[in-house]
Design a protein around this ligand. Structure first.
Ligand SMILES: Nc1nc2c(c(=O)[nH]1)N[C@H]1C(S)=C(S)[C@@H](COP(=O)(O)O)O[C@H]1N2
Ligand SMILES: [Mo]
Length: 214
């Protein structure tokens, strides 16, 4: 698609999104808010490995350990008892769609760090999910104001298809770095690649650098 027609399409979508709604606070000139190669969607596509694990809240558990001073396992009540955090961010999938203004509610990663206290040797984090998915990040990517474990999207409980009960959100990286149905978070001294990272996707995954493949 020609650059000009792509831009027109994007602007049409913005216009549709604004119609009848509140005026957005910021005016987006051109593609200022869309990373290279991305297009805007108003829906929220579902991407997974072909299974959507069903985890009853009574059986849900999250374990956080590895190179930390205090490993923990939280059940659902213990997870909800943590300080609550809300953040609005854009979501960029490597398959080229982006979704703006997602309101996430849950527990901030900053809080997780304050609870488990990673050792100074901890430099990487590996996320494992109930569907055998995994993904990896440097600790410094997780230690950011907009990173969280979320269980609510736009005021509603996160649905199973989008990773409920709880998933990770890492807005500054492509969305595959955010593990849905997360069950285990392990702090490591060495990097260990996840599901897509061993299959040719970028280890760093920066949307603004068009950093898709490794
Ligand atoms: N557990 C798990 N997490 C996952 C995936 C997956 O298959 N399993 N897919 C990833 C990919 S490739 C993307 S783009 C996003 C998609 O999230 P969504 O389905 O809520 O849009 O989840 C990521 N997290
Ligand atoms: Mo993806």
């Amino acid at each position: 698609m020609a650059e000009s027609s792509r831009l027109t399409k994007t602007k049409e979508q913005w216009a549709q999104a604004r119609r009848g709604g509140e005026e957005r606070e910021v005016f987006y000139e051109g593609d200022a808010r869309l990373p290279p190669g991305q297009h805007l969607v108003e829906t929220w596509p579902v991407l997974d490995l072909g299974q959507k694990p069903d985890i009853p809240l009574s059986e849900w558990k999250l374990t956080i350990g590895g190179f930390v001073a205090h490993s923990i396992t939280w059940n659902w009540e213990e997870f909800l008892a943590q300080p609550q955090f809300t953040d609005v961010s854009d979501f960029h999938c490597v398959t080229s769609w982006s979704r703006f203004d997602n309101e996430w509610e849950g527990v901030s990663f900053k809080h997780i760090l304050s609870v488990v206290k990673p050792l100074s040797s901890a430099k990487f984090v590996l996320f494992k999910s109930f569907d055998d998915y995994s993904t990896n990040l440097p600790l410094e990517a997780c230690d950011d104001q907009d990173v969280l474990l979320t269980y609510k999207w736009n005021g509603k409980p996160l649905t199973k298809e989008h990773g409920g009960p709880v998933r990770m959100i890492v807005p500054k990286r492509y969305a595959w770095k955010g593990a849905k149905w997360v069950k285990e978070i392990t702090f490591l001294d060495k990097d260990e690649k996840g599901f897509w990272e061993v299959r040719g996707y970028s280890n760093s995954a920066f949307p603004w650098e068009n950093d898709r493949y490794g």
